[in-house]
Design a protein around this ligand. Sequence first.
Ligand SMILES: CC(C)(COP(=O)(O)OP(=O)(O)OC[C@H]1O[C@@H](n2cnc3c(N)ncnc32)[C@H](O)[C@@H]1OP(=O)(O)O)[C@@H](O)C(=O)NCCC(=O)NCCS
Length: 156
Amino acid sequence: MSEARPNIRRAMLADLDALVALENSSFDHDRVSRAQWRRHLRSESACVLVAEQSRHMIGSALLFFRRGTHGARLYSIAIARHARGRGLGAALLEAAEREARLRFCRSIRLEVRVDNLAATTLYEKRGYRRERLEPGFYETGADAWRYRKDLTPATG
Ligand SMILES: CC(C)(COP(=O)(O)OP(=O)(O)OC[C@H]1O[C@@H](n2cnc3c(N)ncnc32)[C@H](O)[C@@H]1OP(=O)(O)O)[C@@H](O)C(=O)NCCC(=O)NCCS
């Protein structure tokens, strides 16, 4: 039997455990803590998206908005290891951009570790431009690239 299609939706408080588990299995450092996820799930200035398949969470994305600005920040995106390489990261990124457009954002920025080939390739293929190096951006002292994409306005 073929697998159900992944579904992308906004996260709820009930997703907290699965978000923390996915975060811990996806990142070795600079993790979003349980308390931070809880806060973001309740916050007006954050949007948490999840991808699920057969009721299992297989992806998450965390976006921040700042009042009075027209820029969104994609803080993190993660796909469960077993679900990578199937277009889900790109689908979540597109969903995050849709959320940003709905909030009248004109651009999205993000930081990504310079040696994260999967993520930098994903972003560059989806129209993100490398803006500058952020030396020592991560807890480990690793450098990040900052990327930005200008968004076209929402339609329909
Ligand atoms: C980065 C990440 C989200 C990509 O998710 P994914 O579902 O595997 O990505 P997709 O299948 O949608 O791939 C989208 C594009 O990314 C690129 N890509 C994905 N994995 C890649 C890899 N291992 N090497 C090179 N390019 C890769 C490809 O260009 C691909 O496009 P294509 O299939 O048209 O060639 C995933 O690898 C991940 O969760 N990594 C750990 C967490 C992380 O590093 N997050 C980003 C920093 S916040």
